[in-house]
Design a protein around this ligand. Sequence first.
Ligand SMILES: [Zn+2]
Length: 443
Amino acid sequence: MISGGNVEEAAYNGDGTLVNSGEFDGLPAEEGKRRIVERLIALRRGQPSVQYKLRDWLISRQRYWGPPIPIIHCPKDGPVAVPEEDLPVLLPAVEDFRPRGTGLSPLATVEEWVHVPCPKCGEPARRETDVSDTFLDSAWYHLRYPSTDFDDVPFDKERTDTWLPVNMYIGGNEHAVRHLLYARFVMRVLYDMGLVPAPEPYTRFRAHGMIIMDGAKMSKSRGNVLNPDEYIERYGADTVRLFMMYLGPYTLGGDFRDKGIAGMTRFINRTWRATQLATGDDTTDDSRERRRHRLIKQVEEDIAELRYNTAIAYLMEFARDLDHESSAGSARRIDAETLLKLLAPFAPFVTEELWERTGHESSVHERGTWPAYDAELAAPQRASVAITVNGKRRAELEVDAGTPEDTLTALALANPRVVELLGGRTPRKVIAVVDRIVNIVTD
Ligand SMILES: [Zn+2]
């Protein structure tokens, strides 16, 4: 029985410190390891070495199912490749394809299939009876994808040169160890043979995170497995998708808590209302143009880096502003269109509906719809903020426009000139005005 409140939630699996290790006691694990090895070297009783845990890659297996390895063993010529016109080597039809536990493939017993003349010298020879493992196929499928319409070659050189290497590979962390390493083996060999344009198959890899539920890992025994269908039924697919992407950084995952969905519903409702009421055509408003260009840049850059959660945060902030402006009758149509275009990848259904309702005949998802930004307009604006001490101008801060009051106050109080003038005294009052001034008053 567990009593008391001091129960660990999970096993500790971080680094610790050394115990029962004589003079090395208390050292952090990494440093301890290093120091012990240094001692062994000094005593000439050991040498540092790295032990790799990767095993030999399994290519051949002793079973029936799989592509036979196209090699013929000749007593005179050794292993000889099956001539191209005889490829592929098909599996023979057999009655009993179960493994025999003898270390020999079931194919080895199919005498009429095994015995063939050597392609080189014509003398009696034997086929290789192992088949290749499925890992081999998953290690080069990226080469086949662009060339699936070619029957005579595994991949077309021109297509491969155009499309490879793959820009981004997204998978679970379990892929990072074996599958991706094997894919690199295959690609390296083909590159050395001059058959592929790059030595690495994938330029970037990102492992996705895991969604947990109310702070706990989902599992059937806990009965907290999330069924997205129920939520989609209740809130709509766009809302649920936005919510999932907003939960946390894509590579870290996030905690799924029901009550957060309401925030996404509000966001969709605001967008629904504001975009249909935004009819203003003022394109001369400099600050709104800057805001719009900045939004495009932020969302575009965040999507490229899989920072979907922050991209959505920018869109939510923008929708909130637009909603206020539409209530006041001043919302601009171009802002509404920009919002719909940028939101379209995250909420494809509702944006398509709104795109039509706001008078467009084409699809919001059509190629070429994505907006462009002007780098100069998108750049954050700077502001000079004066610092006064007891009414006298003493220093100046160069900050991003819109830097909030508490940040301005902190920056002003850390300014060397101000520190010197205060001489350790705590100011009686500090008044900061965004983009303008910080007034410091002492007794
Ligand atoms: Zn031979």
